[in-house]
Design a protein around this ligand. Structure first.
Ligand code: CA
Length: 222
């Protein structure tokens, strides 16, 4: 899962990037509104954390432009303690949730998980497909009642495929969830992760759709 963080405060941005990386996300950090607007127009994210007071373009303007393009990306805004007005404007402009500074990193991660889950149309916390159960919060995968230990990137590939069960994801779409902007993409990384997942779980879990991408069938269609 790839998250966009937009925050001009160096200390807070650094903490957000570190905290979200630790929670298993690939993180792009933009320090002004114009850069964020550009990133949102060109890259694919699972969610965005958006400060409102930003140089070059306000967070509200970034949000309005995003919504005018009909992008359904979940957005969590960060607002100052005393600015009820900002919160209302942010929610009116299309924010999905907000946190008041200073906030707890654990709460931010939990709210992002909830937003991403809701955006993908999955109401329950655990995802299930093909007898595999994945709990995003606990970073846990169960297969036939056994916990399967997966490295972060394999977990991220499985998470992306399970969130989109029944839909084909291209290699590029999976890569986008694994790497932050500017981070070097290892060649064949997706193929290697999928190979490992098939070996650790079971081969038929992930189907290869030649020339298109990969798919975990929706349980309803098995
Ligand atoms: Ca700010």
């Amino acid at each position: 899962m790839r998250i966009l963080v937009v925050e001009d405060d160096a200390l807070l941005g650094d903490a957000l990037q570190a905290g979200l990386k630790q929670a298993g996300y690939a993180v792009d950090w933009m320090k002004d509104g114009a850069a964020a607007d550009h990133a949102l127009g060109t890259e694919t994210y699972a969610a965005a954390v958006l400060d409102l007071g930003l140089p070059r373009m306000s967070g509200l303007e970034v949000l309005r432009r995003l919504r005018s393009r009909k992008v359904p990306l979940p957005v969590l805004i960060l607002t100052a303690m005393d600015s009820v007005d900002d919160r209302i404007k942010g929610l009116d402009a299309g924010a999905d949730d907000y946190l008041v500074k200073p906030f707890d990193m654990g709460e931010l991660a939990a709210r992002l998980r909830a937003l991403i889950r809701r955006a993908s149309g999955k109401a329950t916390a655990a995802l299930q497909a093909g007898g595999v159960e994945l709990e995003p919060a606990a970073h846990r995968v169960l297969y036939r009642g056994q916990a399967i230990d997966l490295p972060a990137k394999e977990f991220a590939v499985l998470h992306a495929l399970m969130l989109n069960a029944g839909k084909v994801l291209s290699r590029a779409q999976i890569e986008e969830q694994l790497y932050a902007w500017g981070e070097e993409v290892e060649s064949n990384a997706v193929e290697v992760h999928i190979h490992h997942l098939r070996r650790k779980l079971f081969p038929e879990l992930i189907a290869t759709i030649r020339g298109v991408g990969y798919l975990i069938p929706d349980d309803k269609n098995i």
